[in-house]
Ligand binder design. Structure first.
Ligand code: DQA
Length: 147
């Protein structure tokens, strides 16, 4: 049972090597290790899941509340702009989420300007590079401690 679930969607397994000028050179494994340390220091349990598959992400979201998860941090990747089904999964199990994007999606192509997650998120962090994950975790921990 973990209180925070960090989800990463398609192509985020390539962080560190994928378009480094846009997404930075920090690997997802390094981000996760840093978040694990931050969570431990705050006495909060954390779990991580990355998939390139929409169905696998939906299954993970559906299972999370029953495992004691109180909030998810998600970078939905390209599914941000396409996935009604992943959005519905969060609503279906009433799992609060914080949305994060490494890049500033509003400075990019118009098709990235709409996210299916922003209006149902507790808050959205974008454009701060890989450091955004740690900011999102700070927000998640504050919310858990308040509850
Ligand atoms: O895969 C990604 C990464 C992203 O979510 C980001 O973190 O900036 C932005 C998305 O538009 C893109 O498809």
């Amino acid at each position: 049972m973990s209180q925070v679930l960090v989800l990463n969607g398609p192509n985020l397994n390539l962080l560190g090597t994928r378009e480094p000028e846009r997404y930075g050179s920090v690997r997802l494994a390094d981000i996760e290790a840093q978040l694990a340390e931050q969570a431990e220091q705050s006495g909060v349990s954390i779990d991580f899941f990355q998939s390139n598959s929409e169905g696998a992400l939906i299954d993970r979201v559906q299972a999370a509340p029953a495992e004691g998860c109180q909030i998810a941090i998600i970078n939905p990747g390209g599914y941000s702009h396409t996935s009604v089904a992943l959005r519905d999964a969060f609503l279906g199990v009433a799992l609060p989420l914080i949305e994060i994007h490494v890049s500033n999606i509003y400075q990019r192509e118009p098709f990235r300007h709409h996210s299916y997650f922003s209006d149902i998120s507790v808050g959205t962090l974008l454009g701060f590079g890989p450091a955004g994950y740690s900011m999102a975790l700070t927000a998640a921990i504050a919310r858990i401690k308040q509850s």
